[in-house]
Design a protein around this ligand. Structure first.
Ligand code: UTP
Length: 418
């Protein structure tokens, strides 16, 4: 189509939504960028953007929902018979090649402040391994143990995809077969200023940002990987973040538990350290599985104890969840809600100047993976030991930092090798 016609169509669309400022820098862009911008305008769902802005401060109506605790199974307290039963079922499924792993590595890692993709961060302290390598070790070990293939799907973002793929190439895919490691980019949404206007990024086109870890379902589907899984006869898919070096990626007990309970998902939890720990916890909302965030939970609920004296809402969600392919497919067909965060975002103003704000200036919209749980009739919860399966790497120092994650990893390896 002729460039002028495309431009005029884009302008018309923008005018309908009061977003013409997006073309402020159009004449200063090179042809490639001009095309990119026009394509962005074509693809953006402006009705959705309007709605996101209107709803950005909307809080969940607590009165309309009934929160109750959720049942869980403690992996370390299973009887020998239970353990063997779950293990036998799960092992068979894994051995038959019906198990896959998804690692979500599309985040920006802002708190860690590391410029490259978080997965390329070296554990350090004498361990010359990146997070990606440590996770690939877990997969390799399981491939050997179960004598099977375990496809690994890695979610990246527009910003870090090339660097991630290059890292794997440079490291020869950590000796995993190429055909079993797939990368896919997550979706993006525009950021909005305080007036609900789209902004320009440093290159003069619309400023987009990754749509949150909840984007994993849509991204898997859009990139053809749910189909790919089906072709490979995959039935169970474990999804976790790149920033937990101890994530128990291949877990027959989680599979066996879901099969025996007849649930389409198992969420792994660790015990909340204390009532005020800033973690989301598994619970039920109107009878359906749900994660209530620390910002939403009341003091009474946070302190409530069960008959054994344990926290009633004490099963922390650690972003390590197992889904049946049917659940994955169903979830991917529906949009998850978006949560807004007010952030500092660099942008180009109408004079072409790059503005680096000192204070938050823009809304970012993200979907959270756990918002998908509500669409399931039920899910199993498997409590695991924090020291065995949870070593988060979030901050540059202090809690959940390289120091703490490294120590947890070293302790785990030492225990394992004893
Ligand atoms: P976090 O929410 O902790 O975000 O992600 P982050 O990007 O790693 O760090 P901050 O908040 O900017 O400091 C938890 C996991 O979900 C992935 C991250 O890569 C991490 O493994 N994630 C997060 C995505 O894959 N995409 C997103 O849009 C957000």
């Amino acid at each position: 189509m002729d460039n002028d016609i495309e431009y005029n169509e884009a302008l018309k669309k923008l005018k309908t939504y009061g977003q013409e400022q997006v073309l402020d820098r159009y004449n200063f862009l090179d042809d490639n960028k001009k095309q990119k911008l026009i394509k962005q305008i074509k693809n953006i769902d402006f009705d959705q953007i309007q709605e996101l802005f209107i709803e950005k401060d909307k809080k969940i109506d607590d009165k309309a929902c009934k929160i109750t605790n959720i049942e869980y199974v403690d992996k370390s307290k299973l009887s020998k018979e239970e353990y063997e039963r779950y293990n036998e079922i799960g092992t068979k499924i894994i051995q038959e090649g019906k198990y896959a792993v998804v690692t979500m590595a599309g985040g920006q890692g802002t708190r860690l402040g590391y410029v490259a993709p978080k997965g390329t961060f070296k554990i350090g302290g004498g361990i010359d391994k990146s997070l990606f390598e440590a996770l690939s070790d877990t997969i390799k070990e399981a491939r050997e143990k179960y004598n099977t293939s375990i496809p690994w799907y890695i979610m990246t973002s527009r910003e870090n995809n090339n660097a991630t793929e290059k890292f794997f190439e440079k490291n020869d895919f950590f000796n995993l077969p190429y055909e079993d490691v797939k990368f896919f980019k997550q979706g993006e949404l525009p950021m909005l200023d305080t007036n609900g206007k789209l902004m320009l990024d440093e290159t003069g086109i619309i400023k987009l940002a990754a749509d949150g870890h909840g984007g994993v379902f849509e991204a898997l589907s859009k990139n053809g990987y749910i189909e790919d899984m089906k072709k490979r006869n995959i039935e169970w898919i474990f999804i976790s973040g790149v920033d937990n070096v101890l994530a128990g990626l291949v877990d027959p007990i989680a599979v066996g538990l879901s099969v025996v309970n007849n649930t389409l998902a198992t969420g792994k939890s660790v015990v909340k350290r204390n009532p005020s720990e800033k973690v989301g916890v598994f619970c039920k909302k109107n009878g359906r599985p749900y994660v209530i965030e620390y910002t939403e939970i009341t003091d009474d609920m946070a302190n409530a104890k069960d008959k054994n004296g344990e926290l009633l809402y004490g099963e922390s969600h650690i972003l390590t969840n197992l889904f049946n392919i049917k659940a994955l497919e169903d979830i991917s067909k529906n949009k998850l809600p978006y949560h807004s965060a007010f952030k500092k975002a660099k942008y180009m103003d109408k004079n072409g100047e790059i503005i680096k704000p000192e204070k938050p200036n823009a809304y970012k919209f993200e979907a959270f993976i756990f918002d998908a749980f509500e669409s399931l009739d039920d899910m199993s919860i498997l409590r695991v030991k924090r020291e065995d399966e949870f070593a988060p790497l979030k901050n540059a120092e202090g809690e959940d930092s390289p120091d703490t994650a490294r120590q947890l990893y070293i302790n785990y390896i030492n225990r394992k090798n004893k």
